[in-house]
Design a protein around this ligand. Structure first.
Ligand SMILES: C[S@@+](CC[C@H](N)C(=O)[O-])C[C@H]1O[C@@H](n2cnc3c(N)ncnc32)[C@H](O)[C@@H]1O
Length: 213
């Protein structure tokens, strides 16, 4: 009689996979320590349920993907998804992305930065917590290589416009017209929030920038 293949459940991955913490990151940046080799590095800020990082790491095996997620629960979820998909080119870190950008990543170390549906922090007094703001975009600019890409999508028009303003203030980015709020993607969705937004027939405000100097 043929033995039935034992399928490992996602819950088992969730029990065993853990995201890294800041203390696991090399003080002097060393990608080989994290990934075992060197390759172009893409950063995702706020990975949520991990759909983007898993899809992107699967589709682009010759790049490395670093996901930063501040919530322990979601960082663990992402790490489990990465383990379940046997992805050796993706690493999850549970931390504040601002700190990772500021203190761990060196200049010109990133080939792309992905920010999808960042928390909008609706209350005016909380707005300073928004990740898409001038000081963070300044750091993103420094950490990207020339020609590196910044992807910023949201479902909140006001945040989108404020974000575009911050990006425009930090000189050294060109906006690429191939991605906008009017772009229709035929590959479906990239992230959990995008799926939700499209499911409600709401607009996704998308932008793509390239570092020009
Ligand atoms: C609205 S969710 C979007 C998740 C995912 N990008 C998506 O599109 O489905 C925003 C995520 O960013 C995370 N986050 C918020 N502030 C962060 C920060 N400073 N550093 C890293 N992650 C952060 C939140 O915990 C949350 O999972």
């Amino acid at each position: 009689m043929r033995k039935r293949a034992h399928k490992i459940s996602f819950d088992t991955f969730l029990e065993n996979a853990t995201a890294l913490s800041l203390s696991d990151l090399p003080n002097t940046w060393n990608q080989t320590v994290l990934f075992g080799n060197d390759a172009p590095l893409e950063l995702e800020i706020g990975s949520g349920r991990g759909l983007f990082i898993t899809q992107a790491a699967t589709a682009t095996p010759h790049h490395h993907f670093l996901g930063i997620e501040i919530s322990k629960k979601y960082a663990a979820h992402c790490a489990a998804l990465i383990a379940q998909n046997l992805l050796s080119n993706a690493v999850m870190v549970c931390a504040d992305a601002h700190i990772v950008l500021k203190n761990y990543l060196p200049d010109e170390s990133l080939t792309a930065v992905h920010i999808y549906f960042p928390d909008p922090w609706w209350k005016r007094r909380h707005r300073k917590r928004r990740i898409v703001c001038e000081p963070v975009i300044e750091l993103v600019h420094q950490r990207l290589v020339v020609g590196g890409k910044l992807h910023f999508w949201t479902d909140v028009e006001e945040y989108f416009l404020a974000g575009l303003k911050s990006i425009a203030t930090v000189s050294g980015f060109d906006r690429l017209s191939e991605v906008s709020e009017n772009t229709d993607y035929d590959f479906g969705y990239r992230t959990h929030f995008e799926r939700r937004t499209l499911g409600h027939s709401e607009t996704v405000y998308r932008s793509l920038f390239v570092k020009n100097k």
